[in-house]
Design a protein around this ligand. Structure first.
Ligand SMILES: [Zn+2]
Length: 112
């Protein structure tokens, strides 16, 4: 007997459900490697009801240019891959920029 269930397109499910978070964290991980920042991989952080993917790297003693590249790379890869990025996810990555004169100057120098 043939199954009447519709065939699930798992590539589409993966893209729709996890594409942005995985592209985002992959951007952080790649930037970490390119900037010489230790990165121990991408992991799932449990949350209250909802969790999230995170790139695991040590907290810097101070933010400098290479860490700003690392922080910006997550949303940059989403933007390059999908043409948009998750604003809620990007918000926490912007905090170091907003707290640092160097980070703000670096970010502004990238805007043309
Ligand atoms: Zn991020």
């Amino acid at each position: 007997m043939k199954s009447l269930a519709l065939k699930t397109d798992w590539n589409e499910v993966l893209r729709r459900e996890w594409g942005h978070p995985l592209a985002h964290e992959s951007g952080h991980a790649l930037a970490a490697i390119l900037q010489g920042i230790s990165c121990y991989g991408i992991y799932w952080r449990k949350g209250l009801g909802v969790g999230k993917f995170c790139a695991l790297s040590p907290d810097p003693a101070e933010f400098n240019r290479k860490y700003f590249v690392f922080m910006a790379a997550g949303s940059a890869v989403e933007l390059l891959t999908y043409g948009s990025y998750d604003e809620d996810v990007a918000r926490s990555d912007r905090v170091p920029f907003e707290r640092s004169d160097e980070g703000l100057a670096w970010a502004l120098s990238r805007i043309d």
